[in-house]
Design a protein around this ligand. Sequence first.
Ligand code: NOJ
Length: 509
Amino acid sequence: MPNWLNDAVFYEIYPQSFYDTNGDGIGDIEGIIEKLDYVKDLGCNAIWLNPIFDSPFMDAGYDVRDYKKVAPRYGTNEDLVRLFEIAHAKGIKILLDLVPGHTSDQHPWFLEAKKAEKNEFSDRYIFTKSVWDAPPEYRMICGICERDGNYMTNFFSRQPALNFGFHEITHPEWQLSTDDPACQATAEAMKDVMRFWMDKGADGFRVDMADSLVKNDDEKIATARIWRGIREMMDKEYPECALVAEWCHPERAINNSGFHMDFYLDHEGNGYSRLFRYGNFGDKSIFHPNGQGNLKAFTDEYLPNYYLTQENGYICFMTDNHDIPRVTAYHDTQTIKLINAFIFTMPGVPFLYYGDEIGMRYLKGLVSKEGAYSRTGSRTPMQWCAGKNLGFSTSDNPYLPVDSSDDAPTVENQKDDPNSIYRVVTDLIALRHQYADLHGNGELEFMTVSDHLAFAYRRGSLVMYFNPTAAYFETETRFNGDVIYQIGQAEISNGKIQMQPQSFLLLQT
Ligand code: NOJ
């Protein structure tokens, strides 16, 4: 287990929207290099970079055409290596985004696979034996290849599924088993891609749809076996590199598959949704002033996962990501500050999505860009300062519009404002680094304070109290000590804690 993860705070960068240095209207690697000090000043010591590989961008780069080549619009492979080097010199690690489950339909492997004559790549993807065979339980694209067969997709239509085999074989005429040499070759090809970038200085990967490799694998037994093989390779050859899964099933991802981390996120109805996004525009979430959330539903889901996996890896809370509406779509500024207090004081490894530190808005109603659809509004350009395109680009035609509202938050107008989200985020990240009790593997004791939905948890000598609701709250407390941070109005004296609406208190006992 790489030690650095215990005190890691990640910043997710969506490269096309971060900072454009050559005026073509789209972010680039040079832009990320120029903003590394900004990232460092936030307190982040690691970056998750969304896909930067050559792609037709039908799904924002999650449709990879060449795993070993940086998309020219972002720069060159040399630029990426330079980013690794400069970031490392500043103490920042970089995780790339690995998309192992599918490629673009323009990937050379696929161009070969769809040919009629058999070749080395014929079984790299999943094809039926004839175009007349399209079992409805699979998502198939039919009748568009020279080859007589339909192919299975993994996400959008132009993202054919790579073939890691089938765990349960229901159609033996075209489904291969996971130990078929063709399926083994797919897994080897993915390892080869990983080695290619880790040899050049990448610190690991965020893994897209990590659970999607083997088909008909409901319990994910065969998929986990592949990942364990990859973890073995990493332990042996790249012990300081890390893997975070987009799986959202910590036991499977961390314990069974060997991921160092798993995101705790977005399946409606699970614990994560209950925190910030439950109900209609979050009105039933725990962090909502109306107090209608259900804390127990969250802890019943999260805590068993936490206890099961805490010896083996980290569960990652994130402010947002590029796939979901920013929390600004649901919550007021005070609630967002409390959400940040939660994310940066919980165990595991926290992730901050670019722009969330200044409360960037989710821009509704934008026409879809690069396969983003409703996600477009969470992917708009970073807002740096007043002026043209809010400092993102000098282009007259940025690839996506910036927030045009008069009061659009920017780094410039947030940074020195003591009441800003920026201030809360940077304060909390600094505290997280300062107090080992707040690090990834520090202990956690969750305490429901009342039915009123004020709650608290203890991490070592620190206790966090939250009153996310619009009602005043007071209670006896067995703890006393010094308040080292607070949001809103709250105080503790003579064994009693008094919390005004929407407040947070961090106590050192
Ligand atoms: C999850 C990624 O986060 C999302 O942006 C992408 O569209 C799908 N996987 C498909 O790769």
